[in-house]
Design a protein around this ligand. Structure first.
Ligand code: GTP
Ligand code: MG
Length: 459
């Protein structure tokens, strides 16, 4: 049973003490709650980027933010997050910085590419300029070499080849006729002396003199220019054999196949060289050619012809040194027939024409050629060295007597002032000059044209 409540004085003091302690505890608890609340309010939320201590913009003015929800009872407290506002600000700054850096890198990359492109364009431009300069240099070099080649192919002009003759006989003639003298007997006497020493031969010199003398006496030639013109016309007439068909006929194969050419002349006149040059010209004109090394007398002659044959692409028939030249030439024609060649050219030995055995040997070659092919040889070419002057006329007469020469080749005109010999030979022998040699190269063998020759002589 509970006793009735009756307090003594001591009891009253005890109660008052307990009440005081309770009041202090309550006050302390209230103060603790307030501190806790303030702490909660001051702690920024994860998405709050405001600076610490600043009120949320959506919070009513003067109102403290609501306290965070209390953690469920019994749950362990989550790790306290790092203050979120400074971390977020740093990320943003880092992102902006990264963006700025990326942009800067892009700009630098773009700049680098632009510089690279410009450098490449500059290099390409320089390269193109260099290539153009090189192409131009090459073009000029090619042009120069073409010109050189064309000049070499064209060979010496006839005018260049006759320079020495012009400087001799023609210079003296011009000296005589260019002095402004009236044409009288003294001039004719000087002209006579000049013609007789001009390697054209006495007979031809006399004929030329007589042709102008009559006209001077008839007063048909009044001045030196007219006399010069009259001489020129007379020389042209002699060189063209008065237009004889043989003089005008072109050199080369006609209807006959193979067309056989026998080349004769004294030693060293230029026979083998002429055979080689002719073969080159005929080959260039599209003819097939067979060569016969009919000079079995001189050891090196066969090799010399072989070199030409190799150069022009023609077969060459050779015999042993000292073997019968007629049988070598016969074999050459036989080969020409078998190969259906257009032309057979036979070289021959060139001992002195005064030696009877040479002429007999050549006559035999000619006879044998006729047995190898009907009508052969179709051309007997006499090669004369123009430097031998008057001697060439004597040689021509003897060769013609023995072999019935059909055409002449005057070689080495480039090396002599005695080019006038051509006039004498044509006049005395009435044989057509087929070719003239004005140098050692193939193009230096030039087809003879009376007009061209006289033009080059009188220019
Ligand atoms: N300058 C010049 N030299 C020439 C000409 N024709 C030939 N020659 C030279 O004359 C020399 C003799 O020529 P060849 O062809 O060997 O004379 P060849 O008549 O065959 O001589 P042999 O076989 O010994 O009888 C060579 O050095 C030739 O290059 C010419 O028109 N002008
Ligand atoms: Mg020879």
């Amino acid at each position: 049973m509970i006793p009735p409540l009756a307090l003594t004085a001591n009891d009253a003091d005890g109660v008052a003490l307990v009440a005081l302690v309770a009041a202090v505890v309550l006050l302390l608890a209230a103060a603790g709650v307030r501190v806790l609340r303030r702490n909660r309010r001051d702690a920024p939320s994860a998405d709050d980027t405001r600076p610490a201590g600043q009120a949320r913009p959506d919070a009513p003015a003067g109102q403290a933010p609501p306290p965070a929800a209390a953690a469920p009872a019994g749950a362990s407290a989550p790790p306290r997050p790092a203050p979120s506002a400074p971390a977020s600000g740093l990320d943003e700054e880092a992102r902006k910085e990264a963006y700025r850096r990326k942009k800067e890198q892009e700009r630098l990359e773009k700049e680098r590419r632009r510089l690279e492109r410009e450098a490449a364009e500059r290099r390409a431009g320089e390269e193109a300029e260099r290539a153009a300069a090189e192409a131009e240099t090459a073009r000029l070099a090619e042009q120069a070499s073409q010109l050189e080649k064309a000049q070499a192919e064209a060979g010496k002009t006839l005018s260049a080849g006759l320079a020495k003759t012009r400087g001799g006989f023609m210079a003296r003639l011009d000296g005589l006729l260019g002095s402004g003298r009236a044409i009288d007997d003294t001039v004719l006497a000087d002209l006579e002396e000049l013609l007789f020493t001009a390697d054209i031969g006495v007979k031809t010199a006399t004929a030329l003199l007589e042709a102008v003398r009559g006209r001077v006496r008839a007063k048909a030639l009044a001045d030196p220019a007219q006399l010069r013109q009259a001489l020129r016309a007379e020389i042209t007439r002699i060189l063209s054999l008065d237009g004889a068909a043989a003089a005008l006929a072109p050199f080369g194969p006609g209807a006959v196949r193979p067309w056989v050419v026998m080349v004769v002349g004294v030693n060293g006149s230029g026979k083998t060289t002429t055979v080689g040059k002719l073969a080159a010209k005929l080959r260039a004109a599209g003819h097939s050619v067979v060569l016969g090394a009919g000079d079995t007398f001189r050891a090196a002659a066969g090799e010399q012809l072989e070199i030409w044959a190799g150069r022009v692409g023609a077969p060459v028939i050779r015999g042993k040194d000292g073997s019968d030249p007629a049988s070598v030439c016969f074999e050459a024609v036989r080969q020409g027939v078998a190969l259906k060649a257009d032309v057979v050219i036979c070289d021959t030995a060139g001992r002195l024409h005064t030696k009877a055995p040479l002429m007999e040997e050549l006559k035999k070659v000619k006879r044998v050629l006729g047995k190898a092919a009907p009508g052969a040889p179709h051309e007997v070419l006499l090669v004369l060295d123009s430097t031998s002057g008057q001697n060439a006329i004597a040689q021509a007469r003897q060769f013609h007597e023995a072999l019935q020469v059909t055409g002449l080749v005057l070689t080495k005109l480039d090396g002599t002032a005695k080019g006038g010999v051509v006039i004498g030979i044509c006049d005395e022998l009435r044989l057509p000059v087929r070719w003239v040699g004005v140098g050692e190269a193939v193009p230096d063998l030039r087809a003879f044209s009376p007009d061209e020759f006289v033009e080059a002589l009188f220019e």
